[in-house]
Design a protein around this ligand. Structure first.
Ligand code: PCA
Length: 216
């Protein structure tokens, strides 16, 4: 039996008609890499429900690795998230018109969880491949951070060896055309970047030591 890598992407939100995260991960559904096979799942952009879909997929598939992916319009590169924080503070309503403010994701849960992906190695390999990438110090406080935190909490509670993390990606060029001045990445580059992220995760159980922080 093949081991499973779960990739998730989101449905469109905030008046967009497309979400590059789902467009990219769906292209990798069924991709075999050595003893691993990728399963892609779409998440609703809805607090609570998105996490439910993730929890169910993890229970059902028992993946070795989970990489959740989301759109971050305005970001300039593939942002490999370092940390998920235990708060929902939505700047806009979710797709069910709910706007949670300053609510813990898990009551009494730890303030934060770190990604267990080799984030520095992924940034290194993406840059080597000519793709823009950086470590990100915040996944925001909207549905993406919500899913990231809930996923890491699930991994922690279960005490599994499952490794998990989150990658934010920029707009597609067609979206950026409607938001002048914002950066974009072509879908095929994002798909290739995610392949690199998966391969790098498989190759590195321990992260590389390389500077990736910020002064502010
Ligand atoms: N991006 C949003 C939620 C869904 C998505 O693709 C976020 O960054 O929270």
């Amino acid at each position: 039996m093949k081991k499973i890598i779960l990739l998730t992407g989101f449905e469109p939100f905030n008046k967009e008609t497309i979400n590059p995260s789902w467009e990219a991960v769906r292209q990798l559904d069924g991709w075999h890499e050595g003893e691993f096979v990728v399963h892609a799942r779409q998440l609703p952009c809805v607090f609570g429900r998105a996490l439910k879909v993730v929890h169910q997929a993890v229970e059902e598939l028992q993946p070795s690795i989970v990489i959740a992916v989301g759109q971050a319009g305005g970001r300039v590169d593939m942002s490999i998230e370092r940390v998920a924080i235990n708060v929902d503070d939505a700047p806009i309503p979710d797709n069910q018109q709910r706007q949670l403010v300053d609510q813990p994701i898990v009551n009494g849960g730890p303030a934060a969880y770190f990604s267990t992906l080799p984030i520095k190695a992924i940034v290194h390999e993406l840059r080597e491949a000519g793709l823009p990438a950086s470590v990100s110090q915040t996944a925001g406080t909207f549905v993406c951070n919500h899913v990231f935190y809930g996923l890491m909490h699930q991994a922690h509670e279960w005490g599994t060896t499952m490794r998990a993390g989150f990658i934010h990606i920029p707009y597609l060029p067609q979206q950026a055309a409607a938001h002048p001045g914002t950066a974009s990445m072509k879908l095929e580059d994002v798909v290739e970047g995610l392949r690199i992220a998966v391969r790098t995760t498989l190759a590195h159980t321990v992260d590389v030591r390389e500077a990736g922080g910020l002064t502010h």
